[in-house]
Design a protein around this ligand. Sequence first.
Ligand SMILES: Nc1ncnc2c1ncn2[C@@H]1O[C@H](COP(=O)(O)OP(=O)(O)OP(=O)(O)O)[C@@H](O)[C@H]1O
Ligand SMILES: [Mg+2]
Length: 261
Amino acid sequence: MKTFNTAGPSIPGDHYMLDPLARIDLTEIEALIDAKRYFVLHAPRQTGKTTALLALMHHLNAQGRYRALYCNIEAAQAARGNVHEGMAAIVNALASAASVYWRDEAAAQVARARLHEAGATDWVRATLEAWSRHSPRPIVLFLDEVDALVGDTLISLLRQIRAGYAQRPEAFPQTVVLSGVRDVRDYRIHSGGEIITGGSAFNIKAVSLRLSNFSRAECEALWQQHEAETGQRFDAAIYPELWADTEGQPWLVNALGHELT
Ligand SMILES: Nc1ncnc2c1ncn2[C@@H]1O[C@H](COP(=O)(O)OP(=O)(O)OP(=O)(O)O)[C@@H](O)[C@H]1O
Ligand SMILES: [Mg+2]
C-alpha cells in the first residue's frame, strides 16, 4: 500500500507521487545536456530536488545515450575547510554512487584508488577524467547538496570541475549539474580572510533552474491518488484550507495528507 511520504526522497511504488519529470522542464534540460552545458538546479529544502534528480538519472540511463549518475556529497560537510578530508568524502561518495547505481565496481575502484595518491586538490577531477575516458557513453553527473560544503573544500570542488570542463565529453562529463538550496552565484565562500563568490569560482555555469512548489491542481491530484487507491474520500470543501496551509510546499502537502488519512 502506498503512503504519503514524510521523510526523504519519494520512491515510485512506495509513495503517492507526482511524476518528478513533469515537475522540471525536461525538454530544456535535455537540450542543455545535448549542448554539453553545466548548470544548477536549486530550490528550498524539501521541494523534491533529490526525487527529481534520481528520476532524471533513471530516465537518461533508460534512454541509453548518456551514462547518468546521482551522487550526494553532503558527507563532505563534516570536513568544513579541510580540503584533504572533504575531497576524500567526495571521492568516496562518487565511488559508492558508481557501485550502487551503475553496479560498476571497477569504476568505484578507480575512484578509491585516488585516495592513496598525493594531491587531494586533483582527486575529483582525476576520477571524473578516468571515468569519462573509459565510459561507453558520455557521463552526466548530478552532484546533490553541493552547498553543504564550505570554504576551501567548496572552492576546490568548483575549481576541479572548472579545470576539467574543457576536456568534456571525451575526458570529462558531458554535463555536471550542481544541486542545492542556493544558486552558486549566492555562495559566499570564506577562504583565508577573503570572500570569494560562487559565481567567480564557477563561471562555466550556463543557467540556474529552480524547482517550484506544487500548483493547486497538483496538490489535489496528489491527495486524490489516496482516494483512488483506498476509496477514502477527501471532501473537496477542504481543498481551499489545505492550500492556505501549504501553498503547495511539497513536503507539507504530503504531511497534511498523511495526518488526515
Ligand atoms: N514528485 C513528488 N511527488 C510528491 N511528493 C514529492 C515529490 N517530490 C518530493 N515530494 C515531497 O517532498 C519531500 C522531499 O523530497 P526530496 O527529498 O526529493 O526534496 P529535496 O528538495 O531534495 O529536500 P532536501 O533539500 O531536504 O534535500 C518528500 O518527502 C515528499 O514529501
Ligand atoms: Mg535532497
